[in-house]
Design a protein around this ligand. Structure first.
Ligand SMILES: Nc1ncnc2c1ncn2[C@@H]1O[C@H](COP(=O)(O)OP(=O)(O)OP(=O)(O)O)[C@@H](O)[C@H]1O
Ligand SMILES: [Mg+2]
Length: 368
């Protein structure tokens, strides 16, 4: 079997619930051993995709290939897939040990092998002291680790996780994220994780698929998604704070790059070749907060501070331009600015993105 056939592939997979079409025909490929994250807002079809991969949901058309083999008509038990559900779905009347062993006994794995696998995964996920307890005697984070261990003991070719960290508190989230990152390095399996938390996606994924409106918006590495978003949706959805987006007009600058007139007297010189841009009745400019700085000589624009988010190593300064439009700037460290202060803002136009009327993004060759 050629290497290109390894991994998981969706070919024009269609899915509807009654009259509601969730996917008209979705196609993408995930490489063997890849940590692939599906990112998107609530209701966009993330869980549906995972359930179709797992064999828990039928498909209405197209093919799903696992390591080159069509599996869309195979029952879940014959796919070599394990899934961690959004709500863990542990068996409440069984001990942790029995929760872990249950699926393996059904798969007719010998008892000694079951014991060894449980010991392995208990060690990897710090469950050693908890094996004789029942789920209701565990914290949320511990239950989450049991759910993960229950999937791992099956030694699946494909590990599916549906928002595995969503019910954890921030500290446990970070710790479990670290465990997941470590596991994915040692695990031979292909991992597909669903989340609507973009920090999780950016920190764990080899590649991210952004899903919205039942459509793939973009597939790329976290860096690509962040620095070269394919369209307005991705630009707004990805990032610690949404990208600043402004309406305005473009024109050809003297150096051949596009200039964006944000308002009278506020002109942003981009590094995007004007000649490469299509005709479009409208344009928008996108600039991340990191590329709007406060103070400095010859500011691009003046603004009044609304409020400041001081996050420690970084502050986000939320302000308003003279015409009332909102803008967010980033300042290193703890910003000294207070609400109501008048500030100058400097735009780093070389890092700006343009969006045509269809929402498609246009970037500078080296936009970062
Ligand atoms: N069993 C079902 N019957 C009918 N409609 C369904 C069913 N399951 C999901 N849907 C619908 O299909 C769409 C996709 O649902 P899905 O659960 O896949 O979204 P999701 O991206 O996982 O959302 P969330 O982030 O809230 O978990 C939604 O509009 C949902 O209402
Ligand atoms: Mg879901």
């Amino acid at each position: 079997m050629s290497k290109s056939q390894q991994g998981l592939e969706f070919r024009a997979v269609a899915k509807a619930y009654g009259a509601t079409t969730v996917f008209g025909g979705i196609s993408f490929a995930i490489g063997a051993g890849e940590f692939f994250v599906i990112l998107g807002p609530s209701g966009c079809g993330k869980t549906t995709l995972l359930r179709m991969m797992a064999g828990l949901e039928t498909v209405d058309g197209g093919a799903i290939l696992l390591n080159g083999r069509p599996v869309e008509h195979l029952p879940a038990s014959e796919r070599g897939v394990a899934m961690v559900f959004q709500d863990y779905a542990l068996y409440p009347h069984m001990t942790v040990r029995d929760n872990l062993a249950f699926g393996l006994r059904n798969m007719k794995v010998p008892a000694a092998e079951i014991a060894a696998r449980i010991a392995d995964s208990a060690r990897a996920l710090s469950l050693d002291g908890l094996l004789e307890r029942k789920p209701n005697a565990l914290s949320g984070g511990q239950q989450q680790r049991v759910a993960l261990a229950r999937a791992l003991v099956k030694r699946p070719d494909l590990l599916l996780m549906d928002e595995p960290l969503s019910s954890l508190d921030p500290a446990l989230r970070l710790q479990t994220r670290r465990e997941l990152a470590g596991l994915s390095r040692t695990l031979a399996a292909t991992v597909v994780m669903v989340t609507h938390d973009q920090v999780e996606a950016m920190t764990l994924a080899h590649r991210v698929m952004v899903l919205h409106d039942h459509q793939i918006q973009q597939i790329g590495t976290p860096l690509e998604i962040f620095t070269r978003p394919a369209n307005l949706f991705v630009a707004r959805f990805v990032g610690a704070t949404p990208m600043n987006i402004f309406d305005g007009a473009i024109r050809r600058g003297r150096d051949g790059h596009a200039e964006f007139e944000l308002a009278q007297g506020i002109v942003v010189k981009t590094a995007i070749a004007f000649a490469g841009l299509p005709d479009s009745p409208e344009w928008k400019l996108g600039l991340r907060a990191e590329h709007v700085s406060v103070g400095g000589a010859r500011p691009t624009a003046r603004a009044k501070v609304d409020f400041v988010e001081r996050l420690g190593e970084l502050s986000f300064v939320h302000a308003r331009l003279d015409d009332g439009r909102e803008i967010v700037a980033a300042e290193p460290g703890l910003s000294p600015h207070q609400a109501g202060a008048d500030i100058g803002l400097k735009f780093d136009g070389a890092c700006a993105h343009l969006f045509d009327a269809t929402g498609r993004a246009w970037h500078a060759p080296e936009a970062a």
